[in-house]
Ligand binder design. Structure first.
Ligand code: SF4
Length: 613
């Protein structure tokens, strides 16, 4: 075993109930780290192009970041990866909580699942014993019920499961752990559902070797003591309020989309509405703080909602509040709690669910669908009760819910009548709650990222509020080129830098919120855990390799990524210019997005060349 990782992954084949361990070369960790980077290597190499993402040959990966499971601050993240059934592209999704570290405790740096079970099953790894067990009595339960039931039998285990949405192959479903943390994007819950895999139950007994424990503890102490999570008065925004601290702020700046991207905060959702759903209002319901494994910030919270007779539910994140609030002109906070709870239980992506409901409302308001189509639901802006009923129908695929259960693009194809103009998606994935009119570079990410429609894929303008812009940089030696704000060589370089840095830090397991706090001693922490002497340039180069492999996967599927677009009302300026500059810097052909042959060679991605050339 090496320091910081175990040197092996586990393959599970549900078709023949087999387990196989595979050794991972030392070189692969340097090149891909962990998370979706290492997952991309294995999935690219083992899953032929044009594989049906819901078929037996599809591979679904669960990979903790490389540093996950150690005490390094903000590294409790893991990633689910595979081919997205929603977009047909590379798909990955990032999640916190305690499931990722437990994969490591089981002695693996990743779990890859293929095949299809003949009946509902769940996988257990308890100590050294691995089993595939019958899940018939769990099928139909929501994720909280599933965790509770499995928790009775496997006390202390960490569980990831799908709810009804994944079981019913909703293309906007995700995978849930910790009773409400969800790897939500890319529709990977449907992949798990197609395999008839209800849950993965882990309780490990292994510990990691650390190269220099004393130095690691010293650095962790220093980082945690100095942590600065933005303070206003006596409130620490991230620590006390979590991401909802921005619920009102980003509406006022113009970042948050309003009324299915067709309105403005000033006209449609002004302060009198926003005041009802602020982070401070939500905080009144806080029962206790919650956070990912080993995190000094603990930006999550468990709420108690007496109005709903809910004793415990996760605090909705900003993305959720905006999807069910700003986007629907809904200022009924209790309904946002309810919608969030329903999604977390059923395992459905709150961004896609909210955006699809917004699509349905706009269709209804414009006479494209009527009461006969909606099973009598009057879908009006701000109609919170109707939205709750509609979401339940989506979860159960009942009536209009079946039309909407696969997201707004599929729904518009089913409804027809020019309804596509109300579907705010990129290649089928609903757009997150940040506007390309506000963060210019996010337009490029939404349209052209190998997994389109994502805000968590390293977008320049979103990152510049934090230490990245400070003279010492976010990571020692990493500073943005000076004139990155205007179209220029500097901007192109900065777009590439942030994108590749992001891929690297994600695959190391670092939470994206680390970008908003103070300088992170990444090379030193990496060295004290793994013993590696890796420079920031080498780390960024691995990020470039990971991004290029994600891109190659999407291109190999025959996806015409450069001709993708997003609806006009969501567009900012410059996203195509940004992309051309980005491609030139990363070494891809801007005309078709193909990585250049010499780029692939220089990144040691020679195995990709035969597929693209
Ligand atoms: S900052 Fe929040 S999301 Fe990030 S690791 Fe900590 S608790 Fe998890």
């Amino acid at each position: 075993m090496s320091n910081g990782y175990f040197g092996k992954i586990l393959w599970v084949n549900l078709s023949d109930s087999s387990f196989n361990e595979e050794s991972v070369s030392e070189d692969s960790y340097h090149k891909y780290f962990g998370g979706f980077g290492l997952a991309a290597k294995y999935i690219y190499e083992n899953m032929p192009k044009n594989t049906d993402p819901l078929g037996p040959d599809a591979i679904l990966g669960f990979f903790p970041g490389l540093l996950c499971g150690t005490v390094a601050p903000l590294t409790g993240r893991y990633m689910v990866a595979g081919k997205s059934p929603l977009t047909g592209t590379w798909g990955d999704s990032n999640c916190g909580g305690f499931f990722g570290p437990e994969i490591k405790k089981c002695g693996y740096d990743g779990i890859l699942i293929k095949g299809i079970a003949d009946e509902p099953k769940f996988i257990t790894i308890i100590g050294d014993e691995k089993k595939i067990e019958n899940a018939s009595d769990l099928w139909g339960l929501d994720c909280v019920e599933t965790e509770e039931k499995l928790g009775e039998k496997f006390s202390g285990a960490r569980i990831a499961s799908i709810g009804q949405s994944g079981e019913k192959l909703s293309l906007i479903s995700g995978i849930v752990n910790d009773k409400g943390r969800i790897a939500a994007r890319s529709g990977l819950g449907a992949v798990m559902g197609s395999k008839k895999l209800k849950a993965i139950v882990l309780k490990g007994n292994k510990s990691l070797e650390i190269a220099d424990k004393a130095n690691l503890l010293n650095m962790v102490k220093k980082y945690n003591e100095g942590i600065n999570t933005a303070t206003v008065g006596s409130i620490q925004l991230w620590r006390d309020l979590g991401t909802p601290w921005m619920n009102d702020v980003v509406a006022k700046t113009g970042d948050a989309p309003i009324k299915n991207w067709g309105g403005t905060s000033a006209e449609d959702f002004p302060m009198e509405n926003l005041a009802k759903i602020t982070g401070m209002e939500i905080d009144k319901y806080k029962d206790r703080k919650y956070g990912c494994f080993g995190c000094p910030v603990q930006c999550g919270a468990i709420l108690e909602i007496p109005e709903l007779k809910i004793k415990e539910t996760h605090r909705p994140e900003y993305e959720t509040c905006a999807s069910f609030g700003h986007l629907l002109l809904n200022d009924d906070l209790i309904s946002i709690f309810k919608l969030n709870d329903l999604c977390n239980r059923a395992g459905i992506d709150t961004i896609s669910a909210g955006a699809t409901i917004a699509f349905a409302i706009e269709c209804f308001e414009n006479g494209i669908i009527g009461l006969d189509d909606t099973d009598g639901l009057e879908l009006k802006w701000g109609s919170s009760e109707a939205c709750i009923e509609l979401l339940k129908k989506m979860i159960n695929r009942e009536g209009i819910g079946d039309v909407l259960a696969d997201g707004s693009k599929k729904a518009s194809e089913r409804i027809g009548k020019d309804s596509e103009k109300y579907a705010m998606h990129s290649m089928g994935q609903e757009l997150p709650m940040h506007s390309p009119k506000y963060y210019k570079s996010i337009g490029m990410t939404y349209v052209f990222d190998p997994t389109p429609g994502r805000h968590t894929s390293g977008t320049l303008d979103m990152m510049v509020g934090g230490p990245l812009m400070k003279p010492n940089g976010l990571f020692p030696g990493v500073v943005l080129p000076r004139k990155f704000k205007r179209a220029s060589e500097d901007r192109n370089e900065a777009l590439k830098l942030v994108s590749c840095l992001w891929q690297a830090t994600s695959c190391l397991g670092l939470c994206q919120f680390a970008y908003f706090f103070q300088q992170y001693p990444l090379t030193e922490i990496l060295k004290s855990i793994t013993g590696w002497d890796m420079t920031m340039d080498e780390i960024i180069n691995s990020g470039t390799r990971i991004q290029t492999l994600r891109q190659a996967f999407t291109l190999r599927e025959g996806i015409d990524i450069v001709n993708n677009t997003i609806p006009e009302r969501t567009r900012g300026v410059n996203y195509k210019d940004d992309y051309i500059g980005y491609c030139e810097k990363i070494g891809w052909n801007p005309e078709n997005g193909y990585p250049l042959r010499e780029t692939l060679e220089s990144l040691d991605l020679n195995f990709v060349i035969k597929d693209l050339y």
